[in-house]
Design a protein around this ligand. Structure first.
Ligand SMILES: [Ca+2]
Ligand SMILES: [Ca+2]
Ligand SMILES: [Ca+2]
Ligand SMILES: [Ca+2]
Length: 397
């Protein structure tokens, strides 16, 4: 085992050097994709911001060669792929700011005990970023796992005009004057989306899967949506703190359950995929934050509540993940692959783990923290079925 680990370490270090060099030239579109928002995080290395087309802001010019804010990278690919409905639409001047936030050891306020991605919400910016990826190969699940901090500071709509008759809301936690201004809103969550998502588009390649908070639907419950299912309010209450959110996209069947939404280890909803050309519409954007293509009302986000994001893991694996060879069982052959991936426990304060082989070991890293350690071994054992015996597809949660 020691010999194997040493070999793996040497190989991983070599891979790490190659990847580091590659990152200087271009973003990573291949799966898997990880982000811990730790030092070394560079917005422009892997992420894009919505700001079509520059929004007319002097700090975010449409001509990217002009002086611009670091938090406002104009993305030319928005122009052909996400045409805005009009210059007055909120998302032409909406979400564009996103940043990392230091922990106490770096001189800042403590939220996660480590650095994380911060989604500011204030008038009129929603805060949102997206990463572009290549869809997984046929037959594999696409899985997005993200730790998300919900401030959950306002759990009812204090804009009295929009309350149902008889609804009583305690707005005492808000600054005066109460009741609040109009246009209170909170938008935050995770999403996998296709280029075409807006409400006015109806092609079979329209697609999106979102899990999070949309207070146009509910102030005190988490929501989800897909292009096929529309918005659904869950019975899961919003609570302050970190939550593990997951979206799992299975190979297309057209049936309920092609998409699953998980929260804190519990499946809270199942949805449908759009057919695309027959094998399912591809999603290619990983979004953190609100998505102005989905939440199109021109209401502003005046709550100043914030979301935080950490431990992003976007992977492509068989179902369940420990079934490395994809034959439906979890047996000794799969375990041989697991052994080749074992690493020491990763340091979450480092942006990446040089001892972890992301391409070959992503499916054994069941908790998505860039290592294959004893926690992942427990997860593997929980899935073990034996040769030719079908494994439980939900064993890996
Ligand atoms: Ca982090
Ligand atoms: Ca297997
Ligand atoms: Ca670990
Ligand atoms: Ca792990």
């Amino acid at each position: 085992m020691m010999f194997r680990l040493a070999e793996a370490r040497t190989l991983s270090v070599c891979i790490g050097v190659v990847l580091a060099a590659a990152n200087l030239r271009a973003e990573t579109n291949a799966l898997p994709f990880y982000d811990r928002f730790e030092p070394g995080w560079s917005f422009q290395a892997e992420w894009h911001a919505f700001d079509y087309p520059g929004g007319g802001r002097v700090d975010c010019p449409s001509d990217w060669t002009q002086p611009h804010s670091d938090y406002c990278p104009y993305d030319p690919s928005n122009a052909p792929n996400i045409p805005a409905p009009g210059t007055g639409a909120s998302w032409t001047w909406g979400p564009y700011k996103f940043e990392t936030w230091p922990d106490k050891d770096n001189g800042g306020r403590v939220f996660s005990g480590q650095r994380s991605g911060r989604q500011p919400i204030w008038d009129p910016m929603w805060g949102a970023i997206y990463h572009i990826f290549t869809p997984p190969p046929a037959g594999k699940d696409l899985r997005l796992k993200v730790q998300i901090w919900d401030e959950a500071g306002i759990l009812c709509d204090c804009d009295q005009q929009s309350q149902p008759i008889g609804y009583v809301c305690n707005c005492n936690n808000l600054p005066p004057p109460n009741p609040s201004r109009t246009n209170f809103d909170v938008h935050g969550g995770i999403e996998l989306g296709a280029p075409y998502r807006r409400a006015s588009y109806s092609g079979s390649d329209k697609e999106f899967y979102f899990l999070g908070v949309n207070t146009k639907r509910s102030w005190d419950r988490y929501c989800w949506t897909t292009a096929a299912d529309g918005w659904v309010v869950t019975d899961v209450p919003r609570t302050r703190g970190w939550h593990e959110m997951q979206i799992v996209v299975h190979p297309y069947t057209g049936n309920l359950g092609d998409v699953e939404f998980w929260m804190d280890g519990v499946r809270i909803a199942r949805g449908h995929r759009m057919p695309g050309t027959g094998s399912g519409a591809d999603v290619i954007y990983l979004h953190l934050g609100g998505d102005p293509a989905l939440i199109t009302e021109s209401h502003l986000t005046n709550t100043f509540e914030e979301f935080w994001y950490d431990e992003v893991a976007l992977t492509a694996c068989h179902d369940p993940r420990p079934d490395a060879d994809g034959d439906g069982d979890v047996d000794a052959i799969d375990f041989a692959g697991f052994q080749n991936c074992i690493t020491p426990e990763a340091d979450p304060f480092l942006q990446s783990n040089a001892l972890f082989d992301p391409v070959n070991c992503q499916c054994f890293d069941l908790d998505g923290d860039q290592d294959v350690d004893s926690v992942d071994l427990d997860g593997f054992v929980a899935c073990a079925s034996g040769p030719a015996l079908p494994a439980d597809p939900d064993c890996d949660h």
